[in-house]
Design a protein around this ligand. Structure first.
Ligand SMILES: Nc1ncnc2c1ncn2[C@@H]1O[C@H](COP(=O)(O)OP(=O)(O)OP(=O)(O)O)[C@@H](O)[C@H]1O
Length: 642
């Protein structure tokens, strides 16, 4: 409160003229209040009760006419209000932005979630709260002044009766102020903690899925939600105490006045003055008190707490997720080996989790694997490793099918390339083959067995374009699907896939790996190495080599083609398609399958794609620095050879 008052003083001092004008307009409201009770008292005592109804009507007309200047006052007040309210919001936003910028500079680009909440939500709360408070407080002060002046004019004895319950209620109310502000602060803190937690969650979904930390995350979320609930309950209890104070303050004075009426009348109070006093209490003071207390109870506490958040020291870094490199990261990338059985998120990591049975139980931290698990030996397959039988797939009940009655069998050692224009359904097919998506119609079978999509998890690995790499060591990242794999095997894999350069740059398998410091190509190589070590019977690369240069891509693809198991590649280069034994050309529901040579003869679309890719690849071969264009563009005439 002290901090808020300290900062509020110069703000108000700079706006003295606005305050004076506001008070000037508000004075007119006092006059209306004064006349409302005084007019009624005079109308009764000097008019109706004295047998002079015309005088009575005249006094009532005077009381009613006072409404007009009061309405004028309201307009004047609103005109001035903006000069008091908008600068507050602007100042708060400026302060929050400055704090966020300095936080971003000092905390490695980290932008505080608190600052974001302050710029958007909290500054609006402060603005609305401040406007409501100014309006109500001003109205209360000037209404109360008018009413007290009226009561004094009618009879000073009235104040003796009316003021004690008024003060009692006010004291009760003031007693709730500090605890209420504390509860408000607790509530906002709980709210901010939950928002910060949700922000970290959104950024860590892949890590949480990959590390199997879902249960822990749910428990943390539940704790925070319960803390927020407890804070709001406590706030509600204090609000109830406020209601009591309000009742004492607003409802007791008229009651006490009625109880004291015989004594007052006996001591010279006129009936008109009694009715006038009741008019003040019920028509002016009670509504003003009620409005003030309601605003203070709802808006006032929140306003003080919100303003306090703008005036306190910059938020400690703990408020936000620490930079990834330093992070012990409660929600961050837990080390997979310590995380228990898990399935990586299919949107980024190898998906679905295709852990070999021998790789499914990750070693506990510090556990020494007695014998490193051997690479999966693909059983000699009798049938296709994956098979689509008249599969139709659409992304929604009314949507056009992306895959339409497609039948396709992938042999156990087959190398199949999938090509087609952008949007033709290559990634969708990859997801169907991996069991990530389920067909709308038709069946997908894995390893010639029954159609049980859940089994796909132990059958195929899907590697998407955006490689999943987490903070930890290179070893953590590579052995994630097969913990405990021997160093010799890792070295052989690095040599085959082309990861050796990164390995020697990092110095060791156990050197810390910061995903942010890897190029996109290096990230793809890490994901490829992980999939290679997992040795699944079916590996699907969905543009998983798109950020490698042609030579590196060739090296990686050849390594995968040489290993046991089937390989499906969503190809974006002719060279990649040429390497495959078979090519599937997708063009929406129309597909064509054959060897690269056959397709050059039979598929106009394949010829188009080949014509488009070939000159570019030639240019890339001459100038390896040239970046590749987006994969699979729509069929267009081949450009003239350079
Ligand atoms: N989650 C989704 N919801 C709705 N429609 C989708 C979704 N994913 C893909 N699509 C649509 O399905 C069609 C096929 O998309 P898909 O990603 O499989 O094509 P693609 O051949 O892999 O394209 P690209 O080469 O550009 O990656 C497109 O029209 C796409 O807009």
């Amino acid at each position: 409160m002290r901090r808020v008052v300290r900062d509020a003083r110069p703000f108000l001092r700079a706006r003295t003229r606005v305050l004076v004008r506001l008070s000037g307009w508000s004075l007119l409201e006092s006059a209306q209040t004064f006349l409302s009770g005084f007019g009624v008292a005079r109308a009764l005592d000097h008019g109706f009760l004295a047998g002079r109804p015309l005088t009575g009507l005249l006094w009532l007309a005077v009381a009613a006419a006072a409404v007009l200047p009061a309405r004028l006052a309201t307009r004047g007040v609103f005109d001035r209000l903006a000069d008091l309210v908008e600068p507050l919001r602007d100042g708060l936003v400026r302060r929050a932005v400055a704090r966020a910028l300095s936080g971003a500079l000092t905390r490695s680009g980290d932008v505080s979630t608190r600052s974001l909440s302050q710029v958007t939500h909290q500054s609006e709360i402060a603005r609305d709260g401040w406007a409501g408070l100014v309006l109500t407080l001003r109205s209360f002060v000037f209404t109360a002044a008018g009413a007290v002046a009226g009561l004094l004019a009618l009879s000073p004895a009235l104040l003796l009766v009316v003021l004690p319950p008024l003060f009692l209620g006010a004291a009760l109310f003031l007693g709730t102020l500090l605890p209420m502000a504390a509860r408000q602060r607790d509530y906002l803190t709980a709210d901010e903690s939950y928002a910060a937690h949700a922000g970290r969650l959104a950024a860590s979904v892949r890590d949480i899925a990959a590390a199997g930390a879902a249960e822990r995350t749910v428990a943390e979320s539940r704790d925070l939600a319960e803390a927020q609930l407890a804070a709001s309950r406590s706030l509600a209890r204090w609000s109830a105490a406020r209601v009591l104070a309000l009742a004492v303050c607003a409802r007791f004075p008229p009651l006490v006045l009625l109880l004291a009426a015989p004594w007052l009348l006996r001591n010279g109070l006129t009936p008109g003055a009694l009715v006038g006093a009741l008019t003040y209490l019920t028509q002016a003071l009670a509504p003003a008190v009620q409005a003030l207390m309601t605003v203070l109870a709802t808006v006032g506490g929140r306003l003080v707490v919100v303003l306090d958040r703008f005036t306190d020291a910059p938020p400690p870094p703990a408020d936000d997720p620490p930079p990834a490199a330093e992070a012990p990261a409660p929600l961050g990338p837990a080390r997979p080996a310590a995380a228990g059985p898990s399935r990586p998120a299919h949107d980024g990591g190898p998906a679905p989790a295709s852990r070999a049975p021998e790789a499914a139980g990750p070693a506990a931290p510090g556990d020494a694997a007695p014998t490193p698990p051997a690479a999966r030996t693909v059983p000699p397959a009798e049938g296709p490793v994956a098979e689509l039988d008249r599969v139709t797939f659409a992304y929604g009940p009314g949507a056009h099918p992306v895959v339409d009655r497609l039948s396709l069998a992938v042999g156990p050692q087959e190398h199949l390339a999938v090509v087609g224009p952008s949007g033709s359904g290559k990634s969708t097919l990859a997801a169907l083959l991996a069991g990530v998506e389920l067909p709308t119609q038709g069946t997908v079978r894995w390893r010639g067995g029954s159609a049980r999509p859940a089994d796909a998890a132990s059958t195929g690995v899907l590697l998407p374009q955006h490689a999943y790499v987490f903070s930890g060591s290179l070893r953590d990242n590579l052995t994630y699907l097969r913990p405990g794999v021997h160093d010799r095997e890792i070295a052989a894999m690095a040599d085959a896939v082309g990861l050796d350069a990164l390995l020697s740059r990092l110095g060791s398998l156990d050197a810390p790996l910061d995903p942010e410091r890897l190029s996109q190509g290096e990230r793809q190589l890490v994901a490829l190495g992980r999939a290679y070590l997992a040795a699944p019977p079916l590996l699907i690369l969905d543009e998983a080599t798109s950020r490698l240069d042609p030579a590196a891509e060739t090296r990686a693809e050849l390594a995968f083609a040489d290993r046991p198991g089937a390989l499906v590649v969503v190809a974006h280069r002719l060279s990649s398609a040429r390497r495959a034994g078979r090519v599937l050309v997708m063009d929406g529901p129309r597909t064509q399958c054959g060897t690269p040579g056959e397709l050059l003869r039979s598929s106009a679309l394949y010829r188009d794609l080949a014509g488009l890719w070939e000159p570019r690849e030639r240019r890339q071969a001459e100038d390896p620095g040239e970046r590749r264009a987006p994969a699979g563009v729509r069929s267009t005439p081949p450009p003239a050879p350079v």
